[in-house]
Design a protein around this ligand. Structure first.
Ligand code: HEC
Length: 277
């Protein structure tokens, strides 16, 4: 009798340990909150951003300045969002809500980085071609071989010949060198562990990334878990570049709201501060 009890207790402890390590969720009440504003980018690919005549930021970019350095002041966007939904930059039509805030938290342990986004996805989108998903939330991490990784975040992957751009071909996101880890949560319940290199790969990610999400009231909360290893290698004590994209109201393709390139500091300073847990 006693022997049975002991083995059950051992099994119980083992099961509890097993499920805990599978979840390993950080205590989000201990994680600092940052606000990042996402916006409809219009048809402004990296070629437009780097083209001197049209974008006066191009010369600053060439000198090494970051998008966020010019376009974010005191945590707020310094960007003409009306222009981004105007015919000049958005020939098809923009969403009614050009920009909205996303609360971002992060934490890490010996194996993983955890990132949590909370946001209210606005209605009134222009494009509704994703019939399956009301909302998709994606984060990407460029590695250090991606051109402009630290200055431009995901923008290095956004090109004028990509699908959905005015007059474009059928290419997906791509970069001329290096790779970005991509992890996506979709409200239909699927998650994607992929990467962007020569093209966008919606599987075969190297960061073992997973995503979970839920809607409570009108707020979505999405949690991403990825290894510290991957295309982008995340080192404690350092800040890593990353970017956010959210497809709201059944939007697909380029009709997302995106962030500029931001950083997550793993036990270091950054736009988002991740403490070790
Ligand atoms: C040196 C400062 C500077 C940098 C760096 C910079 N920009 Fe700009 N950007 C500007 C200014 C000034 C404008 C407004 C006037 C114009 O269009 O030239 C602008 C305009 C824009 C616009 C059009 C909306 C608007 O407000 O007129 C977009 C989109 C944009 N920038 C994106 C980017 C992205 C993406 C990056 C980084 C890859 C970037 N910018 C880097 C200064 C900068």
């Amino acid at each position: 009798m006693k022997k049975n009890f002991v083995s059950l207790a051992v099994i119980g402890a083992f099961v509890a340990f097993g499920s805990q390590s599978a979840m390993a969720a950080p205590d989000w009440s201990k994680a600092a909150k940052s606000t990042i504003h996402v916006f409809h980018p219009g048809a402004a690919p990296i070629e437009w951003v780097q083209g001197k005549g049209e974008h006066s930021g191009a010369s600053g970019l060439k000198k090494g300045e970051a998008c966020a350095g010019c376009h974010i002041e005191d945590g707020k966007l310094s960007l003409d969002t009306k222009r981004l939904v105007s015919k000049e930059m958005e020939p098809k039509g923009g969403p009614k809500t050009a920009t909205y805030p996303v609360t971002v938290q992060a934490a890490y342990d010996a194996a993983n980085l955890y990132v949590r986004l909370s946001f209210k996805a606005p209605a009134g989108g222009f494009d509704h071609s994703d019939k399956e998903n009301d909302v998709k939330a994606t984060i990407m991490f460029p590695n250090d071989k991606v051109p402009l990784a630290e200055q431009a975040g995901c923008w290095a992957a956004c090109h004028q010949d990509s699908k959905g751009m005015p007059g474009a071909k059928d290419k997906t996101k791509y970069v001329s060198a290096g790779a970005l880890d991509l992890v996506q949560w979709a409200s239909s319940g699927k998650s994607v562990d992929g990467y962007v290199a020569d093209k966008r790969h919606m599987d075969g990610g190297k960061a073992g990334a997973t995503a979970e999400g839920a809607k409570a009231g009108d707020t979505y909360t999405v949690t991403f878990t990825r290894k510290l290893t991957g295309n982008a290698v995340l080192a404690p004590g350092k800040a890593v570049p990353f970017g956010i994209a959210i497809h709201a109201d059944h939007a697909a393709g380029r009709f997302h709201h995106v962030s500029f390139g931001h950083t997550i500091g793993l036990g270091a300073d950054g736009d988002v501060k991740a403490a070790k847990q």
